[in-house]
Design a protein around this ligand. Sequence first.
Ligand code: SF4
Length: 285
Amino acid sequence: MAKEIIIADHAGFCFGVKRAVEIAVNQQTSDQSNTYTLGPLIHNNDVINRLKEQNILPITEAQLGELGSKDSIVIRSHGVAPDIWEQIEKTGAQLVDATCPYVSSIQKKVRKYRDLGYQIIIVGDAKHPEVIGINGWCDNSAIITKDGSNLGELPSKVCIVSQTTERLANYDKVVEIVSRRCEDVQTFNTICKATSDRQSSADEVSKKVDLMIVIGGKNSSNSKKLYDICSKNCKNSIFIENSKELSADIFHENKIEKVGITAGASTPDWVIEDVVKKSREFLAI
Ligand code: SF4
C-alpha cells in the first residue's frame, strides 16, 4: 500500500473565527486604543499567543470594570448576552462586535420567539459560552438540553434552536421528543454548515486511514466532536493541539501507511501545515 496523507476537504478556520481574528487585528492596527478580547478570542493557544505578541490581550468578565475610554473590547465569535453589552457600554470603552453573524441570527430568533410567548429550548452544552450568550437573549429562560432527557413540564408553544456546533443526531432527537408533547413547535436547525461540513469530511476520511489526526484546542468543543467521530471509524485517532504533540511512536508502533488529518474551526492553516510536514517526515515520504 502506498503511503499517503489525506487532508479533510473541510478543515481549520471557519468563516466566523477568521472574521473575528481579522476584526481584532484591524482594531489594534487602526486604533490607538488598547485592544482586549472578552475571553480568549478563539480556542487555540497558538493563535492567542500570536495575538498577545500583537498586544491583543484576553480579559475576563470580572475585569470589565477596569476598562476605560481609551480601551476597546472585542466580543468574540461566540457572542454574549445583552447584559454584557450594557456592562461594557457603562465603562466608556469602545465595543467591537465580532459575534459570528450565524450566532447573532440565533440570538435574534430566541428574542423574537420569547417575545411571541414561546418557551425556548436550546440543544447544546449549558456551559458553553455561545449557549450562555444565546440564553441571555431570552432572559435566561431557555431549557438547555443535550438529549431531551431534562425537559420537564412544557407549555404548548415551544421554539427549538441548536448550538452551532451541536451534532445533528442530538438536535433531531430533541425535535422528535418535543413534537410528540407540544402543539405548536417552531424548529430552527441552527447547526452551522461549517460544523456539519467538517464533521462529514472527518467521518469520510477517518474511514479510509490507519491513523487519524485531529488538530484543535483542548477547550474547543467542535474539535472534540471531530475527534469523537473519527475515533468511531479509526482506532488510531489522536487529538493534538499542534505538531509538538505529534510523536513518531504512534507511526512506527502501528506501522502506519495512510494518515488522515482534520482540524477544528479554530485551527489556523499554519498549524495544520506544520502537522502535515511532521507527518511526512515520520512516514518518510
Ligand atoms: S462554526 Fe459557524 S457559527 Fe461558529 S464561528 Fe464558525 S462560522 Fe460562525
